[in-house]
Ligand binder design. Structure first.
Ligand SMILES: [Mn+2]
Length: 369
């Protein structure tokens, strides 16, 4: 993996000790955390909807830190894991995420959450005792135990620091999960990465299982994907670093997402917009490499916020637009026309981002830098 090579195998030894791993703070936090929990407590760990690798790995790390197992400390989420890589991770690393149910959660002595904060759940949780997260913008001081480290690239980094400071053994499974969590939240140590994230990553590196990591990177795909893909490839055209494809009617939302992820891997591609008709809606999945100041979430809001639900992150976003609203505004429904219009909208939108300084379009081929 290039990202690790860049730091060299002697990377951690060349540093003057644990400069930024704040052991004193972390040791204090571990003491607080352990003091809060009674041996007999049943603890539920609740994750964000559609849990991601950072959330799942942090959950099993918390369990390990507290010396617990899946019976005494199960993991819950209100909606299941959907992304194929994340499903593969959960499967290969045997991380069970059960469907959350408010009534059931009431029966737990403590509720913990990692990589998410109480406000995310809008008051539907009966309680929130333990909160460990790195997301900015939430009110602090709402739970008995909080450790919010906004500068960190991943919650898995905080959890790694806990385990290291507590001198807990980090199993191969746990190291693999945490490393994958850090890697995916920081896009392979390229986004919002701090010294702490790199230190944690380097610590986990010799403990992880590379065979498993590779399997997670190349998940099994549903067979429908082949059909949708062959159809999509016939319509593939890369122009100005942009792929825009309208798939027509699709059976499942995740097929649109998978085609979008797949297309982003082609050489010279900076942006991908894949649309499909799903029931009464036009669903558009948007991807970019998260480089520069390009912002997919902002772009879809600008393009489609007036006719549908649109939003997301810098590197991935989605729009769900009632077909009737789309047709009313755009006046195209036929496959070829719709794809053509999709390309026009995105090409102009992406340029607009560059013009206003909201984004930057990298020259084709420069992204390997
Ligand atoms: Mn995270």
């Amino acid at each position: 993996m290039a990202c690790v090579k860049a730091f060299g195998p002697g990377f951690p030894k060349n540093r003057s000790g644990p400069i930024s791993m704040d052991h004193a703070l972390t040791r204090q936090k571990i003491k607080e955390l352990r003091a809060l929990i009674a041996e007999s407590d049943r603890i539920a760990v609740v994750l964000q909807d559609d849990p991601d690798p950072d959330a799942m790995s942090s959950a099993i790390a918390l369990r390990a830190l507290l010396g617990r197992n899946k019976q005494t400390t199960p993991i819950f989420a209100f909606t299941p894991v959907t992304r194929p890589e994340n499903l593969t991770m959960a499967h290969l690393l045997e991380i069970e995420v059960a469907p959350a149910d408010i009534e059931e959660l009431r029966s737990y002595d403590k509720i913990a959450m990692v990589d998410v904060e109480p406000a995310y759940f809008g008051g539907k949780l009966p309680r929130a005792d333990i909160v460990i997260d790195h997301h900015p913008g939430y009110q602090v001081g709402v739970s008995p135990f909080e450790d919010i480290r906004v500068g960190y690239g991943a919650t898995a980094t905080i959890m790694t620091e806990y385990l290291v400071t507590a001198e807990e053994r980090i199993s191969e499974r746990l190291a693999t999960a945490l490393m994958y969590g850090i890697r995916s939240d920081t896009l392979g140590l390229s986004r919002r990465v701090t010294e702490n994230d790199i230190q944690a990553f380097v610590h986990l590196y010799p403990l992880a299982n590379y065979h498993l990591l590779r399997q997670i990177d190349r998940p099994e795909l549903p067979i429908q994907f082949a059909r949708t893909l062959s159809h999509a490839m016939k319509r593939l055209e890369i122009r100005d670093g942009l792929i825009a494809i309208y798939l027509g009617e699709v059976e499942r939302d995740d097929l649109i997402v998978q085609i979008a992820d797949f297309c982003l891997q082609f050489e010279g591609v900076q942006w991908v917009a894949i649309a499909g008709k799903l029931g009464p809606n036009l669903v558009i999945a948007v991807r970019n490499h998260g480089l520069g100041r390009a912002n997919a979430g902002e772009l879809v809001k600008r393009l489609f916020g007036d006719i549908g639900n649109a939003g997301g992150h810098r590197n991935m976003a989605k729009a769900i637009i009632p077909m009737s609203k789309w047709a009313e505004r755009e006046r195209v429904r036929r496959k070829g026309d719709l794809q053509h219009r999709l390309r026009e909208l995105f090409a102009r939108g992406i340029l607009g981002e560059a013009d206003t300084g909201n984004g930057r379009i990298q020259a084709a081929g420069s992204r390997s830098a």
